[in-house]
Design a protein. Structure first.
Length: 132
């Protein structure tokens, strides 16, 4: 179930075309606003909601992942079964749903979390290894 948080790719980002091809637009629903470490090469990412993919989007995603990253189709499908579409954080702007926004506000009173980190929209184009 998508909470309302979404990730959007910048219009001028090198990945924008890929997003439009796969998703049909430049934004995609997230499972939540928290970032996670996707590994040394890709770096920080967000968890896209794989359940939000319709069958055509899913097919195009698999096509691009197998083609671009030389990953086996079965491996991509296995990954999607976990419910996660890995989205590289760089160049992506978050839109945070009300519930998560309220949680962030409450949370930041207790400690300095890294919430505000994710709001930046950086314009960098050196991401050959990136996913989405
Ligand atoms: Zn949310």
């Amino acid at each position: 179930m998508t909470c309302g948080c979404t990730a959007s790719i910048g219009e001028k980002d090198s990945r924008a075309e890929l997003w439009i091809y796969i998703f049909g637009n430049r934004s995609f629903p997230l499972l939540g606003p928290l970032s996670y470490n996707m590994g040394d090469i890709v770096g920080i990412g967000y968890k896209g909601d794989a359940k939000a993919l319709n069958s055509e989007q899913r097919e195009r995603l698999i096509e691009k992942m197998t083609e671009k990253f030389n990953i086996k189709r079965a491996d991509v499908e296995e990954h999607l079964k976990d419910g996660v579409v890995p989205i590289k954080a760089e160049g992506v702007t978050l839109s945070i749903c009300r519930a998560h926004f309220m949680m962030a506000v409450l949370d930041s009173r207790e400690n300095d979390s890294d919430w505000d980190e994710s709001e930046r929209d950086e314009d960098q184009n050196e991401d050959e290894e990136s996913l989405f």
